[in-house]
Ligand binder design. Structure first.
Ligand code: ADP
Length: 627
């Protein structure tokens, strides 16, 4: 017999399970039945694609049994089974990628969150059992093996005797304690109910010996007990049932089980299409981002069935990237069963289904935005970035489809609004959609340029996600209105008179400004401005690349060297301008030089750009203030 330790993260997760902080212990059965059903699906699919494996669908089944004396529950399937290596790999580690965030002294909520992130899976059986035995024979192996574990200490693997492929899982139930009566599961009625509640839609029969009372003698009211094998589930896949006959709870249970989520979905979408290509789809939008969503290995896709038989677990071609968070199932009779992945990709039916599904999800989201704003905002906070990414991805190919689904924070309303809403509220004489970028709302609020735009009572969209500015750049015009970055040097809000005034001032100080520019090679221009009200300086940009975009480029691993063209703008009405003019006139080179550098650094700090030489600047400031 070989003994093994669990990998450390699995150990921690197991520990959480064993010390059962999760109150709904019942779900262990649904998890094990669901694994058995997957194993049957896999075997059946294998038989369709591998000549050496022959299986009749009618023979595939799941058996459930219990033994009151031994205090055990047994779940068996005649599915694909596991090899010795698979037993160690699948049951000895957490299969999913990603890192678990275990902290010391975790609260109950934290613990639930950790379990939730990983889905409960096979380990949930440790909520009710103190010993688990798994005997399995893989279709690819001559030998059967027995995996056994009493919890965190590890597991052993030994040779087994099972002759046919499949898996038998035996749970040795825990002793009853003051909090929970584990022996409640050693009951026909209880198990029957649990199967009905959580696993009714499983497409293979779940059989159990069930007691029947037969009237033996009518006069004496004598009954005779006898046992009969009974199929406990209705076996109709949930997506094939009329949605009117399925309760919300049934759908939710199905979602949580099938997609390993701890929470209910935010939204359910059902679709039944009859036509050139007929199909049924049952889709869900999760309430939170899946645990591995931001992992580069995250695989999008919908489970693809051909008339009730699963042919692919995650068919990526059914979902565009911007809807990659959608989970669900598509079942079509128009897809051949033994289709290979390669021919599937070229299948006309599949691309037709994909196109319909994309449209369906989009329309559902549009309706949600219209009819249930609160839920939409919740959705958008979780997955909005994905939609904004979709707008600018592929050279803006899908922007028309998505631009009415994206939202930005409005300075006026202090909440998210759509572009349509922004444009419908534009003021008389307002030509453009104003936006400002920054890492947070409060940072944007303190930008020197905000004041001037808000003084005109124009609303400003605050872009705080790194994708936002790329998104509006890709949209470029919404209902004929251009976007205007308020941090751009081209922000054109002055009256003709004011413009003339500024021009005059800049002309008069031409040499001074030239001297300043000479001192800061990074900059494209230095100018006086009237737009700054109380603030002394700001940094603006001209051209296509804004300062915020430059920050995104700077943060990329391969530096593309894309830089914004920047302008240092100085408030002409501020005392500092007078000071600069004096220094220049008196030819006070040292101070003129120092003041210029300090002002430029201030503008960089306000714009959130790093200063190249912080020590030098800090010394300069000290020199100036200690004078
Ligand atoms: P999940 O089902 O979410 O992948 P589990 O912890 O429930 O996670 O199961 C881990 C893996 O163990 C499964 O992915 C599957 O490969 C394997 N497995 C579990 N139960 C069975 C079974 N009855 N037959 C074959 N393989 C199984």
């Amino acid at each position: 017999m070989e003994k093994h330790e669990f990998k450390s993260e699995s150990k921690k997760l197991l520990d959480l399970m064993i010390n059962s902080i999760y109150t709904n212990k019942d779900i262990f059965l649904r998890e094990l039945i669901s694994n058995a059903s997957d194993a049957l699906d896999k075997l059946y699919y294998r038989s369709l694609t591998d000549d050496k494996v022959s299986v009749s669908k009618d023979d595939l089944k799941i058996d459930l049994a219990f033994d009151k004396d031994e205090k055990t529950i047994t779940i068996s399937d005649n599915g694909i089974g596991m090899t010795k290596e698979e037993l160690a790999e699948n049951l000895g580690t957490i299969a999913k990628s990603g890192t678990l965030d275990f902290k010391d002294n975790m609260s109950k909520e934290d613990k639930l969150d950790v379990i939730g992130q990983f889905g409960v899976g096979f380990y949930s059986a440790f909520m009710v059992a103190d010993k688990i035995t798994v005997e399995s024979k893989s279709i690819d192996s001559k030998e059967a093996y027995i995996w056994e574990s009493k919890g965190v200490d590890g597991y052993s693997i030994d040779k087994g005797t099972k002759k046919d492929n499949g898996t038998i899982i035996t749970l040795h139930l825990k002793e009853n304690d003051s909090e929970f009566a584990y022996d409640k599961y050693l009951d026909e009625y209880e198990l029957k109910n649990l199967v009905k509640k959580y696993s009714d839609y499983i497409s293979f029969p779940i059989n159990m010996m069930v007691t029947h009372n037969e009237l033996k003698d009518e006069k004496k009211h004598e009954y005779e007990e006898h046992k009969e094998l009974e199929t406990l589930n209705s076996m109709v896949p949930i997506w094939k049932r009329d949605p009117k006959d399925v309760s919300d709870a049934d759908y939710e249970n199905f979602y949580m089980d099938k997609f390993g989520d701890f929470d209910k979905p935010l939204k359910r979408i059902t679709s039944s299409v009859e036509g050139v290509t007929s199909y049924k789809a049952l889709l869900f939008i999760p309430g939170h981002a899946p645990a591995d969503y931001y992992n580069p290995n995250y695989e999008k896709g919908l489970a693809l069935y051909s008339n009730g038989v699963m042919i692919m677990e995650k068919c990526a071609d059914l979902l565009p990237d911007y809807f990659s968070f959608v989970k669900g199932i598509v079942d079509s009779e128009d897809l051949p069963l033994n289709i290979s992945r390669e021919t599937l990709q070229e299948s006309k039916s599949l691309s037709l289904i994909a196109k319909n599904i994309e449209g369906k999800i989009r329309r559902e989201l549009e309706d949600m935005l219209k009819d249930d704003r609160a839920t939409y905002e919740e959705f958008f906070k979780t997955f909005g970035v994905q939609l904004k990414y979709g707008v600018y991805n592929n050279f803006g190919m899908d922007k028309e489809k998505l631009q009415d689904l994206v939202m930005f924070y409005s300075a006026e309303h202090e909440k998210l609004i759509t572009l349509k809403e922004y444009v419908s509220e534009m003021k008389e004489g307002q030509e453009k959609i104003y936006f400002a970028s920054g890492s947070s709302i409060s940072k944007i609020n303190s930008m020197p340029q905000v004041e001037q735009v808000r003084d005109k009572e124009y609303d400003i969209l605050y872009l705080t996600d790194y994708v936002d500015e790329f998104c509006v750049t890709a949209i470029s015009k919404y209902e004929e209105k251009e976007f205007q970055n308020i941090a751009s040097g081209e922000l054109d809000l002055e009256t003709e008179e004011e413009k003339k005034e500024t021009e005059k001032v800049n002309k008069k100080s031409k040499d001074l400004l030239k001297a300043m520019k000479y001192l800061i090679p990074d900059i494209d221009e230095v100018r006086f401005t009237n737009k700054l009200k109380s603030h002394p300086v700001c940094l603006t940009s001209k051209g296509d690349v804004s300062i915020e975009m430059q920050k995104v480029f700077d943060a990329m691993p391969n530096d593309l060297g894309i830089k914004a063209k920047t302008i240092l703008e100085i408030n002409e009405k501020h005392p500092i301008s007078k000071k600069l003019k004096e220094l220049y006139k008196n030819d006070d080179k040292t101070d003129f030089n120092n003041y210029t550098k300090i002002l430029y650094s201030e503008a960089c700090i306000i714009a959130g750009l790093p200063i190249d030489n912080p020590t030098e600047i800090s010394d300069l400031i000290c020199d100036v203030i200690s004078k």
